[in-house]
Design a protein. Structure first.
Length: 130
């Protein structure tokens, strides 16, 4: 079926996933579906947008998190405490789409209407008063 996309422009278009449902459960106020696809990949779908803040809650969905080599999480910053600060992730790669979007790290790419970015570091050369 087609999954993802459509939440906002930055979400992109839905993509087709063909797989097997491993689990379907309710928890934390919403419905979750775990789908295995491709070469032992797992996709977790939720009814509403969710920030995954730590890996251990994924065990509640029946996943053996220690058996995974890679986690790809669509999150802005909330994952850091549960994956980075506690040492769970050995490496973290940050990836961002080309277009700026809500939550982007490239603030100079957003369409500002009431602010002149040249007045603010690191986009301009503001004079700081001491």
């Amino acid at each position: 079926m087609m999954v993802g996309g459509l939440a906002d422009e930055s979400a992109g278009e839905p993509v087709r996933i063909r797989g097997t449902i491993l689990a379907a459960t309710e928890g934390h106020g919403q419905f979750w579906v775990v789908v295995r696809f491709g070469q032992n990949n797992v996709l977790i779908l939720s009814t509403f947008l969710v920030q995954i803040t730590e890996p251990f809650g994924l065990r509640e969905l029946g996943l053996d998190i220690d058996s995974f080599e890679v986690f790809a999480i669509k999150s802005r910053v909330h994952f850091r405490r549960g994956f980075d600060d506690n040492g769970f992730a050995r490496t973290i790669l940050l990836v961002e789409p080309n277009e700026p979007y809500l939550g982007t790290t490239r603030l100079d790419g957003l369409p500002y209407e009431n602010v002149d970015l040249k007045q603010f570091y690191p986009y301009g050369d503001p004079a700081f008063e001491v």
